[in-house]
Structure formats: structure tokens, C-alpha cells
Design a protein around this ligand. Sequence first.
Ligand code: NAI
Length: 299
Amino acid sequence: MTISFKDRVAIVTGAGGGIGRAYALELARRGAKVVVNDLGGARDGTGHSDMALQVVEEIKAAGGEAMSNGGSVTEYDQMAEMVAKTKEAWGRVDILINNAGILRDKSFTKMEPADFELVVKVHLIGSAYATKAVWDTMREQNYGRILMTSSSTGLYGNFGQANYGAAKLGLVGLTKTLAIEGAKNNIKVNNIAPVAATRMTEDIFPEAALALFAPELVVPASLYLVSEEAPTNTTLGAGAGVVHAANVTMTNGVLLGADERNPEGVAKHFAEITDRAGETVPQTGAEQSGLVMGKLSGN
Ligand code: NAI
């Protein structure tokens, strides 16, 4: 099976460098018309530059089609304008990769409220804004592929990244509900948790790891997740050629006896409550409620 993006129109946010640039180049190489969005700021989100334009030139030099966009994902109007310009030029939007991001790492003790707010704004609110800007178009087309960018920090935590982790797990929640809401219009919504050597990780990764984690090695999983054949509501981790899936699981749980429905009863059964044997992965909140109801009726 060959995965082609011929005649597809794709928007990649934060595609002026790092992983986003690698997405844009490969989408274009496989036939997509690509909007390369990037504010062109520094890693902490300050400043502007023409990073997006340089990637567009690279794509054009290789014979592909692309246009640049310098809008910020934190401004809904700029995202709406980007989508309007895309449709004016190419008539549709098939793919949105929400990839733009910044870091303002500090232990929570030292983290200023403004650093918490801006990181959540760029990653979580920014992805919601860009998605909202394409949503009606994808519904009308009865076709859409949206990829959110999570992180191992969101899924599992990391010291010094309370702001980033909160935003990144928020994106899993956004993915899950939009996958449900988009289903009837063939809009598939997925999530990638990448690991790559970029300016975001250059001073975090040991030197030897940098060579193994080329941003290009995140591309296969992400492009599969925005292809025609894509699943929906899936979170994949990808880096250095390794691809895995991450799930939000639920243990079988315990139906507390009538005289155990108190904190002491939870303490008594805690080992059984948290026992992972036979745990499930509910696909919707309603399915989770159904499993709880099943427990009540002894199933
Ligand atoms: P990067 O810093 O090279 O790329 C992020 C891009 O987003 C930058 O080019 C930046 O200018 C752009 N950007 C920032 N704020 C923006 C805004 N308001 N509007 C538009 N563009 C904006 O970093 P990298 O590593 O390529 O990160 C890409 C995504 O992958 C990010 O969401 C990041 O959080 C995520 N990620 C990366 C990991 C890694 O190992 N490199 C690990 C986990 C997640």
C-alpha cells in the first residue's frame, strides 16, 4: 500500500522548523499542497521571523506546492484568516496538523502564572483555535484529518513541565471528544507524542541521543494518522524509529458493599481497585459509564 497525499490540502502549524518542517516537506513530496504556518518566534514564544517562508522555498525548490503563513495559533482571527486564504487558493482543507509549541520549563515552585498561561494557550487553546477554524470546512467536505501533538510529559509527567504537561494531556481530551463529534462527517482525529532532537530538546537530550532522534523519524507515524486510511481516537508515540500506542485504561474496579461505601472501604480494597489485570480501554465516556453500570448488575 502506498500512502499518497496527491491533491490533498494540508495545514501544519509551527512548521518553520523541527518536526513540523519535516511533516511539511514529506506531505509536499507525497503530493499535498501545504500551508506552512509559523510565527517564527524563539523557543519561549517571544519574537517573530520568516521561518515559514524558508520552508516554503525548500518545498518549491523540490517541485512541491506550498504557501507560508505567519499567524499565531493563539489568535483565533489569524487562524480563521489562514483557513480563508487556504480555501481561496486551493478550495479545501483536508488535513490539519496542530504542531506549534513553546516551552517555559521551571519547577512549579518557581513557575510564574504567566508562564503557565502562555504555554497552555499556545499548545491547548492554539490547537483548539486552529481546529475550530477548519472544523466547518471539514464537516462540509465530509472529509478531515486532524492531528494533535501531545507529549510523554502530558501522558506520564516530567519534572519542570507542569504547564506543558497540563496542556499536552488536555490535547488528549480534545482529541477524544472531537473524534466522537467528527465521526459522522468522516473527520478522524488522532494524537502524536513525538520524541525528536530539535531546538526544543537540544539542551535536554544527551549528545549521543541527538543523532538517533532525527525529526524525520516522527513523520511516518504522524503521516499515517492523517492519511485516508487513518484510524481515529488513537495516540501514538514515535521517535528514533520506534512507534507505540498509548491508552487511557480502566481497571475492573470493585463494587463496594453497602457498609464499605466510605473512605475506609476504599482503603480496604485499594489493591483490588488498582489491580491492572483485565483492565479495559473505554472508547467513550458513555462506554465507561456503561461498564460501571455493568458492575452494578454483576456483569
Ligand atoms: P520546535 O521549537 O522546533 O517547533 C515548534 C514550532 O512552533 C517553532 O517553529 C515555533 O516557532 C512554532 N510556534 C511557536 N509558537 C507558535 C505560535 N503561537 N503560532 C505558530 N507557530 C508557533 O520544536 P519541535 O520539537 O519541532 O516541536 C513540535 C511539537 O512537538 C511541539 O508541539 C512540541 O511540544 C511537540 N513535542 C516535541 C518533542 C520533542 O522531543 N522534540 C517531545 C514531545 C512533544
